[in-house]
Design a protein around this ligand. Structure first.
Ligand code: MRU
Length: 354
């Protein structure tokens, strides 16, 4: 099975997702700048995966830091963290990973420089391993909402490639299959970068799941024909009131779900929830180069100089979300804010099946 990212012998190995499914090739990163560059250019993408990549990039950068004191080390590592934070603004996972590494460092401020560097490597690898376990838990909870014979629609790629492994939106599908349920997945191609067509189909076919690829503008027609039972998507950032930032086009799918009375589920690890924000309108939305829209595989499909709007993400207000699949259970959007508290009685707010 492929891995989107791996720490190996003091370097970070990244599967170059821009070239999938045509070619399987890996980029070896020896410094944090190369990792940041991979994130910017979408060689690695997907909220949890870029969180992991940032953590590994920071750990890699730390190895070359020379510092006279803990404060000096913090000053230098903060500059590397800022580079990671500047790569992509929408997913909260980069900030989440940065905060986690900062906490580890502050807790160990009396350790030697060598130990601090080793701690960062250990934590970055742990974030990756933990992510896989979180996704499996999301899968177990989410699979309860998938029935034998269901057809599920997904948008973009919230699969193994977008995470440490197993995926968030794909996890319930994989577990449902393991449980012996016969399921089918319909994948939106996801213009402009085609994460659905290139990545999600590739992954799910390898997992032995029946996949059908559609153009983004077909989803409504299929829903009206009764061909879709439920939708599961991932998220780059979800606010405390349950507004969801995800790949551009997600909002359209959610509105179509409401119109056609189809459940719209969001697979959201807690690392993707930004409890500091209430409204989705506060989430910064990344704008990407016009060429992503005007060219397909270097082939021009629109006149040179045409005006382009290329928003990478959109916001789906919480009222369109049926429920969130998290590692702690399945929750109604109104209960998302409660997950911040450590002593919450989860059983009392968890949704069973609908
Ligand atoms: O621009 P991308 O490919 O990074 O966008 C990815 C998505 O929108 C995913 O749905 C999201 O990050 C969740 S991944 C588990």
């Amino acid at each position: 099975m492929f891995k989107a990212i791996e720490w190996k012998h003091d370097k970070v190995i990244i599967l170059d997702q821009r070239r999938l499914p045509k070619e399987i090739c890996y980029i070896e990163c020896y410094d944090y700048q190369s990792v940041a560059d991979c994130i910017r250019r979408l060689c690695i993408r997907g909220a949890p995966a870029i969180g992991i990549a940032s953590a590994m990039g920071i750990a890699l950068g730390a190895q070359n830091i020379e510092a006279k004191s803990f404060d000096d080390f913090m000053k230098k590592i903060t500059q590397i963290m800022d580079v990671m934070l500047s790569t992509r603004p929408t997913a909260v996972n980069i900030k989440w990973a940065v905060d986690r590494l900062k906490t580890i460092l502050l807790k160990n401020r009396d350790s030697s420089l060598t130990d601090l560097k080793a701690l960062l490597v250990k934590e970055a690898n742990y974030i990756l391993e933990e992510d896989i376990e979180i996704n499996k838990a999301i899968g177990k909870w989410g699979a309860n909402f998938i029935k034998d014979g269901d057809t599920i629609l997904t948008h973009c790629n919230a699969g193994s490639l977008a995470t440490g492994g197993f995926g968030t939106a794909t996890a319930p599908m994989l577990i449902a299959k393991e449980q012996g349920k016969k399921i089918q997945v319909i994948v939106d191609e996801t213009r402009p970068v085609l994460q659905g067509a290139r990545l999600t189909t590739w992954e799910l076919m390898q997992a032995g799941i029946a996949v059908t690829l559609i153009t983004d503008n077909s989803a409504g027609a299929l829903m009206r024909k009764g061909m879709i039972d439920l939708v599961i998507v991932g998220t780059d950032r979800t606010t405390s009131r349950g507004d969801v930032a995800n790949k551009i086009g997600t909002y359209t799918v959610a509105v179509l779900c409401k119109e056609n009375k189809i459940p719209f589920y969001v697979a959201a690890p807690l690392s993707s929830i930004d409890f500091t924000l209430d409204s989705g309108d506060m989430i910064p939305i990344e704008e990407r180069p016009a060429e992503e829209v005007t060219l397909i595989s270097d082939c021009r499909i629109a006149p040179e100089g045409v005006n382009v709007i290329n928003l990478a993400f959109d916001i789906t207000p919480s009222e369109y979300v049926t429920a969130f699949f998290t590692e702690k259970g399945v929750f109604h959007p109104r209960d998302i804010k409660k997950l911040k508290a450590k002593d919450i009685n989860l059983e009392s707010i968890r949704l069973k099946t609908f």
